[in-house]
Design a protein around this ligand. Structure first.
Ligand code: SF4
Length: 158
């Protein structure tokens, strides 16, 4: 029997016009946070929405709506961690969704691109802001970091 997982994705409102390419690529190719799912297990994205702006205008509505449409898990996209500074409300968003909406939350979606790794390492904010506790599933594979770096001259060429 093939199981299907249904997810909802919340993105940082600073990226509200994002096309979602990296998130959807990582879902299709089982990279980053989605590496844990077997390729033959379909992943259905039932909802995709920006948080609405600090501190999360849509937080009390969007994940609950996603749940109505069958979401079993909510992902706070990698942009929560990629922007400078990282979202200061990650813990609040996670806590609200898990406690009130009643869905588990994962932080991070696609692998963190190499250009973001370099910038945040240089600035030192990830360390300062305790981002390490979230970064595990979306960092650590250099090949993936290069693969998702759209500034790489070889991006998508292979
Ligand atoms: S920093 Fe956090 S609360 Fe502010 S817009 Fe981005 S995700 Fe939403």
């Amino acid at each position: 029997m093939i199981l299907m997982v249904k997810i909802g994705v919340m993105i940082c409102d600073r990226n509200r016009t994002c096309t979602g390419n990296k998130c959807f690529k990582s879902i299709l190719e089982r990279d980053g946070a989605f590496a844990k799912y077997p390729k033959d297990e379909p992943i259905e994205v039932v909802g995709w929405m920006a948080c609405g702006g600090c501190p999360g205008e849509r937080l009390e509505y969007a994940p609950a709506d996603m749940k109505k449409y069958g979401a079993e898990e909510i992902y706070l996209a990698s942009c929560y961690l990629a922007g400078y500074p990282i979202c200061p409300y990650i813990e609040d968003h996670k806590n609200y969704i898990e406690t009130v909406v009643g869905l588990p939350v994962k932080v991070g979606t696609h692998p963190m691109p190499a250009n973001y790794l370099k910038a945040h390492t240089k600035i030192g904010d990830w360390k300062r802001d305790g981002a390490d506790r979230w970064l595990g599933p979306v960092t650590g594979d250099k090949g993936d970091a290069d693969k998702y770096d759209s500034t790489n001259p070889n991006f998508l060429k292979k």
